[in-house]
Design a protein around this ligand. Structure first.
Ligand code: PMP
Length: 355
């Protein structure tokens, strides 16, 4: 039986997607060839790329609004520097909400002046800063919508008159937002979209081509757009699995429906964290809690071994917190069933009764 997979990423994907993907590796679309042994320029794969791009824009409600969807490589980490390479002429503003924002800032500093408008580092990133001022003389504003490691999530985004860039690696396609507020969204595939190996970049074309530096072709969004995301050989398998996952999401009724499912899971999880006297949530400000990654601690650490064994015996996988936070992290991405959260909550309640 499949384990209850709470892994933070790479993470759980829909079982039907894994089955279709396995079949395509053996025999793609009845071609008697594998998906991974045909040309990326052949019609069957070009169709995959086009459908993945179309679905990505559709789920974000960004079709026919001047945006392009690209499936690039190098992970979200390469986007930290590609964003700056392509958009930073003099100065940009960043909101620092965790490890990934800090890394984005570090890379961007190689290209210009970075103003850190606010940071939650003073409390080990357990909240989202509010009421910060964003200077107007900047090339863009950058934020991270969901902080995978610390378990915080932005519920509101500032109004800015400059391009807004957002790292949505760990909550893309999980909730409805007005995505047209953003001019560039990027997300590594390996949470809500597919396997590691490709990064979705959704960019409003009009913000490009404004910096004076020469951009190497592989790092130039305009080059990738001009080649329909096929400037070089794309990561064919991750793009295909992403397409299957986006199709699965479509069949489920899209982002609006998955958001309801994600809300139920998060309510059940945080309900237990708050109720059970043996546990304490890491993010104390409830409105900043992530619906994707719930971080919590077991107050009596001498019970850890027992709790870990109980989790293992219940078929729970991937619950360890990130090394910089410790404790536990239950990642509840789109494909995680409510049933898995119930199993974890049961284990937490059993521990309380037995201890
Ligand atoms: N941003 C966020 C929010 C992440 O969660 C991660 C990875 N977990 C990254 C960036 C880095 O992504 P990658 O490993 O694909 O470079």
């Amino acid at each position: 039986m499949k384990k209850h997979n709470f892994s933070a990423g790479p993470c759980i994907l829909p079982q039907s997607v894994l089955e279709k993907a396995s079949e395509a590796v053996k025999n793609f679309n009845g071609l008697d060839l594998s998906l991974i042994e045909i040309s990326h320029r052949s019609k069957p794969f070009v169709d995959v790329m086009e459908r993945a791009q179309e679905l990505a824009l559709k789920h974000l409600n960004l079709q026919d609004k001047g945006y392009k969807a690209l499936f690039l490589q190098g992970g979200a980490s390469l986007e930290f520097l590609m964003v700056a390479y392509n958009l930073l002429e003099k100065k940009a503003a960043y909101l620092n909400t965790g490890t990934w924002s800090s890394k984005a800032i570090k890379e961007a500093r190689l290209f210009g002046e970075i103003v850190e408008v606010a940071s939650s580092k003073d409390q080990n990133f357990n909240y989202i800063p509010k009421n910060y001022a964003i200077p107007s003389d900047i090339d863009y504003f950058h934020c991270t919508s969901n902080n995978t490691i610390f378990g915080t999530q932005m519920q509101n985004f500032p109004e800015v008159s400059v391009p807004m860039v957002c790292d949505m690696s760990s909550d893309i396609f999980s909730r409805v937002l007005d995505f047209s507020k953003f001019d560039l969204i990027y997300a590594g595939a390996q949470k809500n979209m597919g396997p590691a190996g490709t990064t979705l970049v959704v960019v409003k074309e009009e913000i490009l081509g404004k910096v004076s530096r020469t951009i190497p072709s592989m790092l130039d969004y305009k080059v990738h757009i001009s080649k329909d995301s096929m400037f070089n050989t794309p990561a064919v398998f991750p793009v295909y699995v992403s397409m299957l996952t986006l199709d699965w999401l479509q069949e489920l009724g899209g982002v609006a429906n998955i958001e309801k499912h994600n809300t139920k899971k998060a309510e059940m999880m945080y309900g237990e964290i708050d109720r059970n006297p043996f546990f304490k949530g890491f993010v104390t400000n409830k409105e900043d809690r992530s619906k994707m990654n719930a971080t919590f601690n077991l107050l009596d650490t001498s019970l850890e071994e027992r709790f870990n064994t109980m989790c293992r015996e219940a078929g729970i996988n991937g619950l360890n917190g990130h090394r910089s936070v410790g404790g536990y992290r239950a990642s509840m991405y789109n494909a995680l069933p409510l049933e898995s959260v119930k199993v974890l909550v049961d284990v937490m309640q059993t521990l309380e009764k037995q201890a």
